[in-house]
Design a protein around this ligand. Structure first.
Ligand SMILES: Nc1ncnc2c1ncn2[C@@H]1O[C@H](COP(=O)(O)OP(=O)(O)OP(=O)(O)O)[C@@H](O)[C@H]1O
Ligand SMILES: [Mg+2]
Length: 592
């Protein structure tokens, strides 16, 4: 299925039929199995109808004065046994098909969402709570799973018996049969109306659940900061508010459900007096057996329909989950136009403008060129847009205006895989996955050998400190693992970049102060990284800045000065100012 097909409009609410249709579409190649699960459940319910039929047959036979014979008893017993066997068999088949298909559909959807997430601009993940995406992948998928395994079959089960009874009645007296159906038909609009109303609340509820989840994650992750600043109470407050909101909306949902539920039940049950009245009026024209049948079966027909109300909430929840999932699936991918092959590795910005949000301007008219195999340092005050410039090159976001080219080819035309091979990024905050140090370096290259990993670590000046750890390269890091210092993390991330061996390296130096030994190690690592590569580095360390072939000075999203160190110092502008601040700060740290 192509991604384009998924660009459905994501509604605020929708009817049961529409949500069923969407769910059906999403079942994709598993439609057949889903349909079998539903059909078998329906047949199971019809089989229950068969045993009802046998009972009615016996009772009406007796009422009509038929003599009890051995043959008759055997026949009824045989039919009963058949009904029982049928129920067991269809029940088994249905459960099997439904559960299998539900797991597969949900698994398949999870993979599709993950695949989709890879193609979305990074901006998408920032504008949405990360917890929200996680909720879609976890609890929303569970909702869908239980909809396919349980909700959908329950709907068909609730319909099986009434349909069977209606058919039996239809063969005996169509007027009475229609009378039994009247109240159901009248009650249907109440059912669908309520369901539609609940649809909106359902999605709000699910959103709030995700919000509560996000707050919970935030609370746990930020525990260090929260404790350090004695903000436990406040952190808990926002967490508690999210939970309260979630509880309130759940209560509102139930409240909104009770009245229409009672109304629906009442209208359906009004069928009983109606049928009794119709039967009463036709007693002289109809057989006694039919009259008894109708009266006996009436409640068996209505009761399952009332159970549909219970399923309604589950359906609404599943639908809300579908809508939340569709928000992700329908978000526009990064546009990819064609395959352009860069000739060389020169990086160039041509009048680039950009803002993270519509109307906001973070970069104004940025133009510069980084020649192949040279190093450019970007400096400037915090918030001036340095990291933003780096983010645009691998297309974490797309430039708002202007062009960014690599080797003359527009980055938007190079294609995701091509771009990923060309560019590697060393981030300001190094992210370590949970796993061993070896795994974390190996991220740089799929299938890297032990020797390659170690060579990269050596070049990145990381091998020594790794070897000193008790478990060496097998040390667990990341979530739940050992903590490494900021400088050590940067070196691991440089090792990754060296292993990846891309011709263009973007590096966002950590702002945090690093001890002199660590800093020297990082400088050596960087020098190795630069060899033969095009490097753009957001520089905070004096030594990095000094060794750059070109320095861009950024202020409030504009390039205000540009040149080499000595020339810039002589301009006595922002650069000279920044430099003297940094130099003083560095002296203080060195002199201790
Ligand atoms: N993901 C984002 N969404 C919205 N605004 C952002 C985002 N990232 C940065 N900004 C804003 O864009 C501006 C430039 O940020 P940027 O991170 O590029 O600054 P910087 O020069 O790298 O700063 P620092 O030296 O502190 O790292 C800032 O005003 C910042 O608040
Ligand atoms: Mg930055």
């Amino acid at each position: 299925m192509s991604m384009v097909e998924d660009r459905v409009a994501v509604p605020e609410s929708r009817s049961d039929m529409e949500s069923l249709k969407r769910a059906w579409h999403l079942a994709g190649p598993l439609k057949g199995r889903v349909a079998r699960g539903v059909l078998f459940r329906f047949l199971q319910s019809m089989m229950l109808g068969l045993s009802f039929g046998v009972m009615v047959w016996v009772v009406t036979g007796l009422a009509e004065g038929r003599a009890l014979t051995a043959a008759w008893i055997w026949q009824s017993a045989g039919l009963m046994a058949l009904s029982l066997l049928g129920q067991i068999l269809f029940g088994y088949l249905s459960v099997r098909a439904s559960w299998l298909s539900s797991y597969e559909v949900a698994g398949h959807l999870r993979l599709r969402i993950l695949e989709k997430l890879r193609h979305l601009p990074l901006g998408f993940h920032q504008t949405r709570h990360r917890g929200d995406t996680v909720t879609v992948l976890t609890s929303d998928m569970q909702m869908l799973e239980s909809f396919f395994s349980d909700g959908l079959p329950r709907i068909s089960q609730a319909l099986g018996l009434p349909v069977a009874i209606f058919l039996v009645l239809l063969t005996r007296d169509w007027v009475v049969a229609l009378a039994t159906a009247t109240s159901v038909l009248v009650a249907l609009p109440v059912f669908f109306g309520t369901s539609r109303q609940l649809s909106k609340l359902g999605i709000q509820r699910q959103d709030m659940q995700a919000e509560a989840g996000a707050r919970m994650i935030e609370f746990v992750q930020g525990m260090g900061v929260i404790r350090a600043f004695n903000q436990v109470a406040q952190g808990q407050e926002s967490f508690r508010k999210a939970i309260d909101d979630f509880r309130d909306i759940s209560i509102r949902m139930v409240a909104q459900l009770t009245l229409p539920m009672a109304l629906f039940g009442m209208i359906v049950m009004l069928g009983a007096p109606l049928v009794i009245w119709v039967v009463g009026g036709r007693l002289n024209t109809m057989e006694t057996g039919t009259a008894i049948t109708a009266l006996l079966l009436l409640f068996s027909m209505y009761a399952p329909l009332l159970s549909l109300l219970g399923v309604m909430e589950a359906v609404r929840m599943a639908d809300a989950s579908l809508i939340r999932m569709d928000r992700i699936l329908s978000a526009p991918d990064l546009p990819e136009v064609a395959d352009a092959a860069p000739s060389g590795f020169e990086v160039s910005f041509d009048r680039v403008g950009f803002g993270y949000r519509p109307g906001e301007v973070v970069l104004h008219d940025i133009s510069f060129t980084v020649p192949e195999r040279s190093m450019t340092a970007i400096v400037g005050p915090s918030g001036s847009g340095k990291s933003t410039i780096l983010n645009l090159i691998p297309r974490f976001w797309d430039a708002g205006s202007g062009r960014i080219t690599i080797g003359g080819a527009d980055v938007a035309w190079i294609g995701e895989a091509g771009l990923s091979n060309l560019v590697t990024m060393v981030f300001q905050d190094v992210y370590l996955f949970s796993g061993t140090i070896r795994d974390n370096i190996a991220v740089g290259k799929a299938g890297a050998t032990e020797a390659e990993i170690e060579a990269a670590a050596r070049a990145a000046q990381a091998h020594d400190f790794i070897s000193r750890l008790p478990r060496g390269y097998d040390t667990q890091v990341g979530e739940g693992g050992d903590a490494l210092s900021g400088g050590e993390r940067q070196r691991i991330s440089i090792a990754r970049a060296i292993l990846k061996d891309a011709p263009i390296v973007l590096m966002d130096e950590a702002t945090a102060a690093i001890d002199p030994t660590n800093e020297r190690a990082i400088q050596t690592a960087l020098a190795r990284l630069v060899e033969g590569r095009t490097l753009i580095v957001v520089a905070h360390k004096l030594s990095t800045i000094q060794s750059a072939d070109q320095i861009l000075v950024l202020d409030e999203g504009r390039i205000v000065e540009q040149g080499v160190h000595q020339a810039l110092l002589e301009e006595r502008g922002l650069y000279a100012q920044l430099w003297s601040h940094r130099a003083k700060a560095a002296e203080w740290t060195l002199d201790g």
